[in-house]
Design a protein around this ligand. Structure first.
Ligand SMILES: Cc1cc2nc3c(=O)[nH]c(=O)nc-3n(C[C@H](O)[C@H](O)[C@H](O)COP(=O)(O)OP(=O)(O)OC[C@H]3O[C@@H](n4cnc5c(N)ncnc54)[C@H](O)[C@@H]3O)c2cc1C
Length: 369
């Protein structure tokens, strides 16, 4: 059994583990980033909408709101600096009935409370100038929403981390860890069993983070998992819209909408759906999704040709159970002499917030090292 020593061991090379590794390594902290799969970024981070969210509809003072807004700025700066493909396309929140105008006002109010003050109303005629195929009575436009090539972004985070000295260890499964004499001894399974000692361990294992927390003898309260699947449809042919289109939502309310999101390659996807599930490995897409979604899409895209819709991918949100679903937030919990950090509930807007999460964790780690 070989043995390595490090300052920080991060479990999970998804966008969160990678962003933390980027921040720590550029500040001269020794990092080992372990990943159970052969490649980085094949978990939740590979199955999402790739939207850079503006931070509009999360609850005031929540981590989702503050880390999304900070993360959005950091992400745009990062993409420009390191030439990661992205596009600030903007997002239309639309309504199809005049009576629903109150919903747009609620979105604007929530955005204002969160400090996002750049939303603009569009009339039906104005909308047509930007999106000729879009049918909407009114819209609220968010200019700072965008789309990103998330794989290229993660690849860039990994390269810079490695250039800064971080060690990436794929095909390394976290098994268990013990704390003694102010250090963790972490047991891993690769080609053989091996151990790494580390001052701090960060559990950024996405869908597996709660399960891993349960293996560690800690006094902290571990939340219950509440996985929620999201399925997508792909539109074949040229994308009918160049902006992100969201049927207006009620801030804080979790519900299924048939959003339309263009990608960087001229394509477009509809979704994701929202179904609670016990499984974190069931990525099947329901055969009836086209029939289920088509009427909702036709409300704002009347010319939809259903034959152009095909079943696409599914992703699973690593939600945690709260008494009141509206209070769901990201969770960072330090346990065992400030040497173990659990990160739970990193669902959307985790990709947007990733650099702000990296920065947030770095600020805590430097106090605890
Ligand atoms: C349907 C859907 C749509 C979304 N859309 C958006 C969006 O448009 N914009 C946005 O900002 N966010 C979006 N998100 C959220 C975003 O994708 C996630 O917040 C983010 O990808 C979470 O990253 P992660 O690193 O925490 O998890 P992951 O990417 O899952 O990374 C965790 C890693 O840990 C590894 N691991 C697990 N167990 C072990 C172990 N025992 N040992 C070693 N490694 C282990 C896994 O293999 C995995 O690679 C969406 C999410 C979903 C599901």
């Amino acid at each position: 059994m070989s043995k390595t020593d490090t300052d920080v061991l991060i479990i999970g090379a998804g966008v969160i583990g990678l962003a933390i590794s980027y921040f720590l390594s550029k500040n001269n902290i020794r990092v080992v980033l372990i990943e159970k799969e052969k490649n980085f970024g094949t978990g939740v981070s590979s199955r999402n909408t790739e939207v850079i969210h503006a931070g509009i509809y999360y609850k005031k003072n929540s981590l989702k709101s503050s880390l999304c807004i900070r993360g959005k700025s950091l992400l745009y700066e990062y993409c420009k600096k390191y030439k990661v493909s992205h596009k600030q396309v903007g997002k239309f929140f639309i309504i199809n009935e005049v009576e629903d105008r109150g919903v747009l006002e609620q979105i604007e109010q929530q955005a204002g409370e969160n400090g996002v003050k750049d939303l603009k109303y569009y009339s039906s005629n104005d909308i047509k100038k930007y999106e000729p195929l879009l049918n909407a009575k009114n819209a609220l436009f968010s200019p700072t929403s965008g789309i990103i090539d998330s794989h290229a972004y993660m690849q860039s985070l990994l390269k810079i981390s490695e250039d800064n000295g971080a060690i990436f260890s794929p095909l390394s499964i976290f098994l268990d860890a013990e704390f003694s004499l102010n250090k963790w001894t972490v047991k891993l399974k690769g080609n053989e069993l091996y151990k790494i000692t580390s001052n701090i361990v960060i559990n950024a294992a996405g869908l597996d983070s709660v399960e891993i927390s349960k293996k560690i003898n800690s006094n902290i309260k571990i939340p219950e998992e509440n996985f929620a699947k999201g399925e997508y449809l792909r539109y074949s042919g040229k994308a009918p819209f160049s902006h992100i289109i969201y049927p207006a939502l009620i801030p804080g309310k979790i519900m299924e909408r048939a959003d339309a999101t263009p990608d960087l390659w001229g394509g477009l996807r509809f979704g994701p759906t929202l179904q609670y599930t016990k499984s974190k490995t069931d990525f099947n897409v329901s055969k009836n999704l086209i029939n289920r979604f088509a009427p909702a899409i036709k409300k704002y895209f009347p010319e939809l040709d259903e034959k152009k819709l095909t079943l696409d991918i599914a992703g699973i949100r690593p939600k945690i159970k709260t008494k009141n679903l509206e209070l769901e937030d990201f969770k960072f919990e330090w346990g065992i002499n400030q040497g173990w950090l659990d990160i739970w509930g990193i669902e959307s807007p985790g990709l947007t917030a990733s650099l702000a999460i990296g920065e947030h964790v770095f600020n805590q780690v430097k106090q605890n090292l």
